[in-house]
Design a protein around this ligand. Structure first.
Ligand code: NAD
Length: 253
């Protein structure tokens, strides 16, 4: 089924790799112009090259989402290139913890909260006025199943993803009558660099992680991309303030 979009321009953060790259490619495949944002210039330019090779239109903007001035610069570049931002996927995120809550460090706390929470907040802070001026839009933020329940040995990460859902729901209600929808996507474990860094070194752990999902496997980046596109599409016109688990059944247990 091809999804329908009334807008023309999508912005994706964390689009140099993983879920963000797959979603940027999926938006481009639907004919949207894409603003690819990331800290990683090489990966970001790589995503743009893949979109161009497939006949699509995209620009890369280097942006650290934790910096107010850089997020404002990202919006300005998007407007200069394409004149508007109809859809935003605020997806840049990090996961660096390896221990129990008492073993976490202040630096870890600040880094995880900085990217996962402040980054999403700053992006929405500057996307919402653009969308308001345009007369509408849709935003999807990347939370996680760790935003819906406990994540032992990832407590700061879990707190950051719960916060993403808090930001999502609050913005959704603030803008509900303004034709701007705001939702979150909550993946379980997805096969990306983030997952490989954490689990691939230990095959036993990787097997345990797979069977932890009722469907018996981890998810793919395209399975998240299609959920994000659905939430942005006209097909989701009555859906706002929702945190959609895309998790192979994990949260149903
Ligand atoms: P990834 O590490 O493959 O990609 C994340 C991207 O974000 C990278 O390109 C990185 O350069 C970018 N990034 C990091 N810090 C940034 C910053 N300050 N400014 C701009 N860009 C920055 O990870 P992924 O697995 O694709 O994760 C994407 C999102 O999905 C994250 O928010 C993550 O928390 C979430 N998530 C991932 C999984 C999983 O299992 N992979 C599960 C649930 C949620």
């Amino acid at each position: 089924m091809s999804m329908t979009f009334s807008g023309q321009v999508a912005m994706v953060t964390g689009a140099a790799a993983g879920i963000g790259r797959a979603t940027a490619l999926a938006f481009a495949a639907e004919g949207l112009k894409v603003v690819v944002a990331d800290l990683d210039s090489e990966g970001g330019e790589g995503t743009v090259a893949l979109i161009h090779a497939a006949g699509g239109e995209a620009i890369f903007v280097r942006c650290n989402v934790t910096k107010d001035a850089e997020v404002q610069h990202l919006m300005a570049e998007a407007i200069t290139a394409f004149g508007r931002v109809d859809y935003a996927f605020n997806n840049a995120g990090i996961e660096i913890e390896k221990g129990r809550l008492s073993e976490g460090t202040e630096d870890e706390f600040d880094a995880i909260m900085g990217v996962n929470v402040k980054g999403v907040w700053l992006c929405m802070k500057y996307q919402l006025p653009l969308m308001l001026a345009q007369g509408g839009g849709a935003i999807v933020n990347t939370a996680s199943v760790a935003g819906l329940g406990a994540a032992p040995k990832m407590s700061i990460y879990a707190a950051s993803k719960h916060a993403v859902i808090g930001l999502t729901k609050s913005a959704a209600i603030e803008y509900a009558k303004k034709k701007i929808r705001v939702n979150a996507v909550c993946p379980a474990v997805i096969d990306t660099d983030m997952y490989r860094r954490a689990h691939e070194a230990d095959p036993k752990k990787a097997e345990f992680v797979a069977v932890m999902h009722p469907v018996g496997r981890i998810g793919t980046v395209n399975e998240i991309a299609s959920a994000v596109l659905y939430l942005c599409s006209d097909g989701a016109s009555f859906t706002t303030g929702h945190a959609l688990a895309v998790d192979g059944g994990v949260t149903a247990i």
